[in-house]
Design a protein around this ligand. Structure first.
Ligand SMILES: [Zn+2]
Length: 207
């Protein structure tokens, strides 16, 4: 008889090990002879088609879904359903998860809890509230090396909430995270110390 948590969420910033934890839990369900699937959004183009890949090299077969509703179509024979990068499925994922839970499926979903601004990401807060178990994973801060990175720092200028790619981001702790407004403003301005000699010269000129 199938037991355990019905709806598990694995969240955190980038490089926190969310996808590898998702793959690990799905593999355990497979060892228990439970029919499983992993679904990931088509708009996330970082993994090769029909695979989910973690940054530490773990990989598993996955179905690429264009929309949240497609998950219902693909999951009819599965008992345990893994959903990777759930933040990219939009608000529809909430209804889909509710429908799957009514069908007594077990769901393990992973994704970013916060976007690049540090703001809760789309449907994820609602999913976290619905979940029976929540694991919030931390990464290593790429700026200070602490073990407590919980924010995804965007390193390029863009106001789009979704900008797919790993090179444009790094994991940062709360102390090293720079909100995009301040950070992007600073990218556009010359460094502060370049202004200092001019101010000093003007003062000398006036005197
Ligand atoms: Zn840090």
């Amino acid at each position: 008889m199938f037991s355990g948590y019905r709806f598990e969420m694995i969240v955190g910033c980038m490089s926190a090990g969310k996808s590898s934890e998702l793959i690990r839990r799905i593999e355990r369900a497979r060892l228990a002879y439970l029919p499983t699937i992993i679904v990931r959004p088509a708009m996330d183009t970082r993994s090769k088609p029909n695979h989910v890949e973690s940054r530490n090299g773990m990989a598993s077969q996955a179905i690429t879904a264009e929309s949240a509703k497609d998950i219902l179509k693909y999951s009819s024979h599965a008992v345990v359903i893994g959903i990777d990068e759930c933040q990219f499925f939009g608000e529809d994922i909430i209804e889909v998860v509710q429908a799957l839970l009514r069908q007594k499926k077990k769901i393990i979903a992973s994704g970013l809890d916060l976007d690049y601004r540090g703001v809760p990401f789309g449907p994820v807060p609602a999913l976290l509230a619905m979940a029976d178990r929540v694991d919030k994973l931390l990464a290593v801060c790429r700026k200070c090396g602490s073990d407590f990175a919980c924010r995804t720092q965007r390193l390029v200028q863009s106001s789009e909430q979704i900008l797919v790619g790993d090179a444009q981001y790094e994991a940062r702790c709360i102390h090293c995270f720079e909100a995009p407004g301040e950070y992007q403003l600073r990218l556009e301005l010359p460094r502060e110390e370049q202004f200092v000699p001019q101010i000093v010269l003007n003062k000398i000129g006036v005197a």
